[in-house]
Design a protein around this ligand. Structure first.
Ligand SMILES: C[S@@+](CC[C@H](N)C(=O)[O-])C[C@H]1O[C@@H](n2cnc3c(N)ncnc32)[C@H](O)[C@@H]1O
Length: 261
């Protein structure tokens, strides 16, 4: 296998350009990839629906941050369709190659793709829109951003009051079995498959290392709370990735109704 310079966090979006045309093949070989995204998207939609209340006929504005080739965008759309929820989804990614792969697919009206860094989201009025986003879905993104606390604060700022953040992410820190399973699967399956599908392994070696270096679920929960989110809860997926991949739900607080008594 070719041994190239390791990928660093700051250059992650561009590193995805190298594997963009093989990314869908790679994830198709990963059992549960799409089902797990869908489970996290269902958490997002359920939370949006509970918030919508009387405003439920309005079109929800959702950013799929780190949308890649669109697998997570599709999961959000399918979850919204199943809940009969009208939605506008903006897929945002820093990799031109991954966005090209996403745009090459067929999408319904209301879906668009924009190249930008995740960290810029709150400063992009064209993406956030009037009054803020109803939801942000971030699948396999947060681990890759160098300053996670700044990112989470920016996401809180980009959301409307009451808006929902769902993070779908690997986390094994502090748990021996998930850490061992993760390392075994990476070196026995993921890195060799990366070589077979794209003749490259450096992004997949980075993937292994970045997951080992990432926050525990308790630490990410704490970061979300410190960034000003409430209703922070987490649950793991099913299958062999149980304890390895998790859904984190968080909400930007909405002003409490003033009591008239
Ligand atoms: C593992 S892929 C996941 C893609 C998609 N969300 C999915 O679930 O299939 C991570 C994506 O995040 C993007 N990404 C990583 N860091 C980023 C950053 N700082 N800003 C924007 N995009 C970023 C990468 O370019 C890549 O397309």
């Amino acid at each position: 296998m070719r041994s190239a310079r390791p990928v660093t966090r700051g250059e992650v979006p561009e590193a995805f350009d190298e594997v963009a045309d093989r990314y869908d093949l790679m994830v198709a070989l990963n059992p549960g990839y799409h089902a797990h995204l869908r489970a996290s998207a269902d958490v997002l939609v359920a939370s949006l629906a509970s918030r919508a209340g009387s405003r439920s006929r309005r079109v929800a504005r959702v950013v799929d941050l780190g949308c890649g080739s669109g697998a997570s965008t599709r999961a959000v759309l399918d979850a919204c369709a199943a809940a009969d929820m009208a939605v506008e989804v903006i897929g945002v990614d820093g990799s031109a190659g991954m966005l090209q792969a996403a745009r090459a697919k067929a999408w319904p009206a209301g879906v668009s793709f924009v190249q930008a860094r995740a960290e810029e989201l709150a400063d992009r009025a064209d993406l956030v829109g009037d009054g803020g986003l109803d939801a942000v879905f971030a699948a396999y993104l947060v681990r890759n951003v160098p300053d996670r606390d700044a990112l989470l604060r920016a996401l809180r700022a980009a959301l409307a009051p009451g808006g929902v953040l769902v993070v779908h992410e690997y986390s094994v820190a502090g748990r021996r079995l998930p850490t061992a399973v993760w390392t075994a699967v990476c070196w026995a399956v993921v890195v060799p498959l990366g070589w077979l599908t794209s003749r490259r392994t450096r992004l997949y070696r980075y993937l292994w290392r970045s997951v080992l270096d990432f926050d525990s679920t308790a630490r990410l929960t704490q970061r979300l709370q410190q960034a000003g989110f409430e209703d922070v809860r987490t649950r793991s997926v099913s299958g062999w990735q149980r304890g390895i991949i998790h859904t984190f739900h968080a909400r930007r607080p909405a002003p409490r109704p003033v009591s008239t008594r």
